[in-house]
Design a binder for this molecule. Structure first.
Ligand code: THU
Length: 142
């Protein structure tokens, strides 16, 4: 995995953010198991709730293209300008990851700069998450 390239792609994606309300720009770079990167940014809305996060934007772009196997996502976020703090994915984005990724192996990188980042598994950020496997268990019982 070219981590450096993934971090840079997340930082670059921030430049595409549409954030006239929060001025909090988030960029995400989603890496498929085959090595392709899909970028996403947050896109806000005057009605607020239709806002989409950078992570989900990247996932939905990739899913539309038929991708189903994901290795990692890098996320860079902060007020306009440099990323001074880490921006962890919101709960809704973690749940979307849970739908398509193995929580034990899927990596989440929180990025400040290409060489300043933290690395987690999805399981660490969403312990005991509810996913497709839970429904399969139910089907087995009935
Ligand atoms: N945001 C993301 O893009 N990803 C997250 O996981 C957290 C929040 C965006 C949504 C909104 O545009 C802005 O950050 C402030 O909440």
């Amino acid at each position: 995995m070219d981590k450096q390239k993934l971090m840079e792609a997340a930082l670059e994606a921030r430049n595409h953010a549409y954030t006239p309300y929060s001025h909090f720009q988030v960029g995400a770079a989603l890496l498929t198991k085959a090595g392709r990167i899909y970028q996403g940014c947050n896109i806000e809305n005057a009605a607020y709730t239709p806002t989409v996060c950078a992570e989900r934007n990247a996932f939905f772009k990739a899913l539309y293209e038929g991708e189903r196997a994901f290795a990692a996502i890098a996320v860079a976020g902060g007020p306009e300008g440099e990323c001074r703090d880490y921006a962890p994915p919101c709960g809704v984005c973690r749940q979307v990851m849970m739908e398509f990724c193995d929580p034990r192996t899927f990596r989440i990188f929180l990025v400040k700069s290409p060489d300043e980042y933290r690395e987690y598994t999805l399981e660490e950020l969403l312990p005991m998450g509810f996913g497709p496997g839970n429904l399969k268990e139910r089907e087995k019982q009935t």
